[in-house]
Design a protein around this ligand. Structure first.
Ligand SMILES: CC(C)(COP(=O)(O)OP(=O)(O)OC[C@H]1O[C@@H](n2cnc3c(N)ncnc32)[C@H](O)[C@@H]1OP(=O)(O)O)[C@@H](O)C(=O)NCCC(=O)NCCS
Length: 143
């Protein structure tokens, strides 16, 4: 899909190096061990229709990873290159990943935001997402 001189496309394995470079350039994303190349390859292979990129002139200027676990959808790594922000691309990626997850069967979608990433929280709130105050996230690293 061509939008505002960009192409909205599904992410390919070959895109991963550029995607990771974009993520590393942005504060707020909180990259971890789940973001190494092998993990992202696995994520894209499992979710081939819900990982999206925005392409422009051979570069990737936006990403979002959508994952469907058979019950709920999850959104990770919504990111727009700094010099392209505030042009509606983040909103576009978000709307499209929610639709793509819905197409897979996800009627409800969650996302995680670091508590100190207040600008992303405002961004989501302004787009109809609500902050849950009834759930805590517990994590455990496998042995
Ligand atoms: C969050 C993020 C993806 C938003 O991307 P973006 O492309 O700037 O998003 P948009 O342009 O759709 O919206 C951003 C703001 O620009 C405004 N905007 C949109 N189009 C505009 C235009 N043509 N002219 C001026 N302003 C515009 C929007 O109203 C919005 O303001 P709001 O948040 O007060 O409503 C981006 O800031 C980012 O990559 N942040 C770093 C990574 C991050 O924290 N990601 C979230 C992880 S959970």
């Amino acid at each position: 899909m061509r939008i505002k001189e960009c192409i909205l496309d599904t992410a390919l394995i070959d895109d991963i190096d550029m995607m990771r470079k974009l993520w590393e350039s942005l504060p707020g994303l909180g990259l971890g061990p789940g973001d190494d190349k092998t993990a992202i390859i696995s994520f894209i292979r499992r979710n081939p229709h819900t990982c999206l990129v925005l392409r422009k002139d051979g570069q990737i200027i936006g990403t979002v990873l959508g994952g469907f676990d058979g019950r709920r959808g999850y959104v990770y790594h919504l990111a727009v290159r700094q010099d392209y922000q505030h042009n509606g691309y983040g909103t576009l990626l978000l709307e499209n990943v929610v639709q793509a997850l819905k197409n897979e069967g996800a009627g409800k979608v969650h996302l995680l935001v670091y508590r100190n990433n207040t600008s992303a929280q405002s961004f989501y709130t302004a787009r109809g997402w609500h902050l849950r105050d009834d759930i805590n996230i517990f994590s455990r690293v496998s042995d």
